[in-house]
Structures are given as structure tokens and as C-alpha cells.
Design a protein around this ligand. Structure first.
Ligand code: MG
Length: 491
């Protein structure tokens, strides 16, 4: 597959970068799962040193020259071109953003995280505001250094989702916003369940975990390559795709759909990393291509499979075997429990109908801040007004409103739209596949997984996200499939 001598040399050098990334990933996983608390004192140091070493190896003069030389090569194959493309993206940030800015950004965000936590505890935005101001200011400098054509926000978007522009995001929301609000009004008028008694039901962690393991096994759990553990926030990490992938969930004392649905969500992420072609292992293209495409995989399994009627009927006997309190409830109950639709303040608790309105809210505010069109001090009021307009509810304080998510304190501006993009791509995949419900009803999960592996997973990062989606679904990003899916499900 690799014929070019230059690319072979690049991959030789890259294997060391890969190995350090592998160590970072494993340390990251351990930090969130089994590390004793005080271990952080050593872990933070080790990870910082390795991060610096990684940067040095990436910017190594000989390596950079090889990448530039490879760019000139004619007749590169798809995989070879993918290698050059991904490495050039890695280099771009380091080459254009001066190290002083990075150091300043790192300092501000580490202080901002502490300030955000205090601000949230006190429900006082003012505590966090000066840090957010600084983060916005630095993000604007970074956007200028990286360059953009239409809007400074585009430069930041591109950091998280290759090739995504605010013009794409605007187009997506111009379809979703009116459609979702129409649907919400209809559900309200028809009295679709806004809550369910099972949300208050306590369960034993061992029972939920046993059910989750049975369900993942039914879909096809590759035991030799995947682990399921517990952490404060569920996540997936490809330690060495496609050979070693880890997922985690958490078990709050009541409402078992939380661990169940997040296990299926993370399993979707995991299948992507597990499905990357083995020949791409240890190369820059040997992993999922972007956050948006990754989220499409998790949301596809969580929502389009996991919350569907056919799936509820499949998992009902498994759940009933483990969770005896379900005796009182029908499969219909179970379906409504998994598909409660309720406008809420908190994005992470949002159902699949209201979820994207939370993303729209953040996207709007981020874009305004980056364009310098609003002051940070105006954000909480704008937030509350916008939430009231979109979801019909008004946060009672800043903790419920603008301070709920950690991302801004990390400096992650431009990140949220990838969540909605993931939902949009998931629905495109569902439409292109055309057999999801029948396959689930007959228990033929292999058919779904084969489609995904063939058209998405096996390619890793060989193609940029837009091209991959076009190849897989035959279309550009198109939000109308998401709307059509929601409308047909919530009829
Ligand atoms: Mg996810």
C-alpha cells in the first residue's frame, strides 16, 4: 500500500510519535480510572514532559523536510496522500501559532478551570468572566495566526473538525432550528411523555453492569480488544487502534438508562477505532478522522439503534432478567422511558429532540464572542434569553445556564458544533443504509457493523471528513435526514 520511499521514511519517524501518543493515551485512561488520587502529582509531570517531547519530534527539521518533499510527490495513493494531509494539519498549528501564545493559553486555561469550578459552585458568572475574556482574546489571536477566509470562528472550528466552516454550520441549523421547534410544539400539544417513573427508580450497580455486558455482547463485543470500566465521565479511548480500545461508563444511583445509553454511545465510538484497517495501525491515519465523524458513530448506535422500538424489544428480555423492578412495566413503557422529551437546562441530560438546540445556543454565542460582537459580560443574559426563545425555559441561575459546561474553561471554542454535525451525519448514514430497523429486529447487528466498517471505519483518517461522508452516503452534509428521522420517530 505504501510505495513512496519518502512516505516510508516519514512512517519510520512517525512510529516513535505514535508510541509516545500510545503512552499518553494509556496514562490518560489510567488517570480517569484506576490511578490513586495522589498519583496525579507524578502523572501530570510525566504527561507534560511527553507532550513536549512529542512536539519536538513533530517539528524535527528532517521530519518536516520529508513531509514537504512528500507534498511534491506525484502519483501518491489515497493512503499516502492521507498521511501527508494529516501530518500537515499537525504541523500547521505549531508552525503558525507562536510558542508564547501557547504558553499563555495553557496558563490561562489551567487558572480558568479552577475559576470556573468556583464560579459554578457559587453560581456567579463574574468569578469566571475575566478568564473567559482572556480565553476569547487569545482565541482571536490564534484564529488570526491560523488564517481563515470568511469568519475568524472558521479557523477555530477547523481545529476540531477538518474542513468545517461556519457557513456549513449555519446551513445545518437553518434546517434544524425551525424543524425541531415545530416538532417540540407538536409533541407538547399531543402530550408526549416528559418524564417517566423509571427515572426515579434505584438499581443495583452489579445488575445494570451485567445487563450492559449482555447487551454489548449481543451486538458483538470483541473481548480480546475492548475493556469496559468505570470513570466519573464516560469516554472512549483508542489506546492502540484497532487492537486495544477502552470505554467507560458511570453508575448514578438511579435512572439506569444513563449507564445503559452511555455504554451504547461509547461502544459506537469504540467500534470505529476497532474497525480501522490493520494496515493503517501506527500511522497518522490509523484512527478516527474527526470529532464529528466519531460522534456520528456513537450517536448512530445510541439513538438510531439504541432508542428505537426494535432495539427495545431485543433488549427487554435481557433487562428483565437482571432488573426485576421492570416486571411492573411493558415494553412500551421501556420505549417511552428511553425517549422522554423534556426541554431542560443541561445539555448533557438533553434528549435527542432538544439536544441540538443546546448546541445552537452555544454556537451562536461563541461566534458572537469571537467576532467581537458581544462583550463577555453580556453573555449570561444573552444565554438566558436565547434558551428561553429556543427551549421555552429560563435558567434560574448561572450554574444552570452559562456555567454548566467545562469546555470554555478548557479554551475549547469551536468544539460544540461537532456534536450536532455528528447527529447530522448519523442520520445521513441511517438513510443511506436503509435497513437499520429491519436488521435490529432480526438481530442482524453484523449487517449494520459490516456496512459501517466498509464505508467508514476501515478508512481511518485516509480521507478528510467531508469526503469520507460523501463517499459513504453519496451526499454533502445534509441536515434534512436528521429532521426526517426525528419526525418519523416522534409521530
Ligand atoms: Mg461522544
Amino acid at each position: 500500500m505504501i510505495k513512496s520511499e519518502v512516505i516510508k521514511q516519514i512512517l519510520d519517524h512517525y512510529r516513535v510519535i505514535w508510541a509516545l501518543g500510545h503512552a499518553q493515551a494509556l496514562m490518560g485512561w489510567d488517570t480517569e480510572t484506576y490511578m490513586p488520587e495522589e498519583g496525579i502529582r507524578g502523572r501530570a509531570q510525566a504527561r507534560a514532559e511527553i507532550a513536549e517531547l512529542l512536539q519536538k519530534l513533530t517539528l524535527d527539521e528532517k521530519f518536516v523536510k520529508l513531509i514537504e518533499k512528500a507534498e511534491e510527490e506525484k502519483d501518491l495513493g489515497d493512503v499516502e496522500r492521507g498521511v501527508v494531509r494529516v501530518l500537515k494539519r499537525d504541523l500547521k498549528y505549531y508552525q503558525r501559532v507562536p510558542p508564547e501564545i501557547n504558553r499563555e493559553f495553557a496558563k490561562v486555561t489551567s487558572e480558568a478551570f479552577v475559576a470556573w469550578r468556583q464560579a459554578k459552585e457559587k453560581a456567579k458568572f463574574e468569578v469566571f468572566a475575566p478568564y473567559l475574556e482572556k480565553i476569547v482574546e487569545l482565541s482571536r489571536v490564534i484564529a488570526d495566526k491560523l488564517g481563515y477566509e470568511e469568519h475568524p470562528y472558521d479557523a477555530l472550528l477547523d481545529l476540531y473538525e477538518e474542513g468545517l466552516r461556519s457557513r456549513d454550520v449555519d446551513a445545518i441549523f437553518s434546517t434544524l432550528e425551525p424543524g425541531i421547534r415545530r416538532l417540540l410544539n407538536r409533541l407538547e400539544a399531543r402530550g408526549w411523555p416528559k418524564s417517566h417513573p423509571l427515572e426515579e427508580q434505584e438499581y443495583r450497580r452489579e445488575d445494570a453492569e451485567a445487563a450492559i455486558r449482555d447487551i454489548l455482547e449481543m451486538i458483538g463485543y470483541p473481548k480480546g480488544r475492548l475493556r469496559l470500566d468505570v470513570s466519573p465521565h464516560p469516554f472512549t479511548t483508542g489506546i492502540a487502534a484497532p487492537f486495544d480500545v477502552r470505554i467507560t461508563v458511570r453508575y448514578p444511583p438511579k435512572d439506569f438508562k444513563e449507564p445503559l445509553m452511555s455504554a451504547i454511545h461509547e461502544f459506537g465510538h469504540a467500534l470505529y477505532e476497532l474497525g480501522v484497517d490493520e494496515s493503517l495501525a501506527f500511522t497518522p491515519v490509523g484512527t478516527g478522522v474527526s470529532l464529528g465523524v466519531h460522534e456520528s458513530q456513537s450517536r448512530f448506535w445510541e439513538n438510531m439503534v439504541g432508542r428505537g422500538r426494535a432495539f427495545v424489544e431485543r433488549i427487554s428480555p435481557i433487562l428483565r432478567r437482571r432488573l426485576s423492578f421492570l416486571d411492573k412495566y411493558s415494553d412500551d413503557d421501556l420505549f417511552y422511558y428511553l425517549n422522554v422529551v423534556r426541554p431542560s437546562y443541561i445539555r448533557t441530560e438533553a434528549d435527542e429532540v432538544t439536544y441540538n438546540l443546546h448546541i445552537l445556543l452555544r454556537y451562536k454565542l461563541e461566534k458572537l464572542m469571537i467576532a467581537g460582537e458581544v462583550k463577555v459580560a453580556e453573555i449570561p443574559e444573552l444565554w438566558n434569553n436565547e434558551m428561553e426563545r429556543l427551549l421555552g425555559i429560563r435558567p434560574r441561575n448561572d450554574a444552570e445556564g452559562v456555567l454548566q459546561d467545562i469546555h470554555w474553561s478548557h479554551g475549547s471554542i469551536g468544539y460544540f458544533p461537532t456534536y450536532t454535525l455528528g447527529n447530522v451525519i448519523a442520520a445521513q448514514i441511517r438513510a443511506a443504509m436503509g435497513f437499520v430497523d429491519e436488521a435490529v429486529a432480526s438481530g442482524d447487528f453484523a449487517k449494520i457493523k459490516d456496512w459501517l466498517r466498509e464505508r467508514i471505519h476501515r478508512w481511518g483518517a485516509v480521507y478528510p471528513p467531508k469526503e469520507l461522508v460523501r463517499r459513504a452516503t453519496g451526499e454533502e452534509y445534509n441536515a434534512s435526514h436528521l429532521l426526517a428521522y426525528l419526525e418519523s420517530k416522534y409521530k
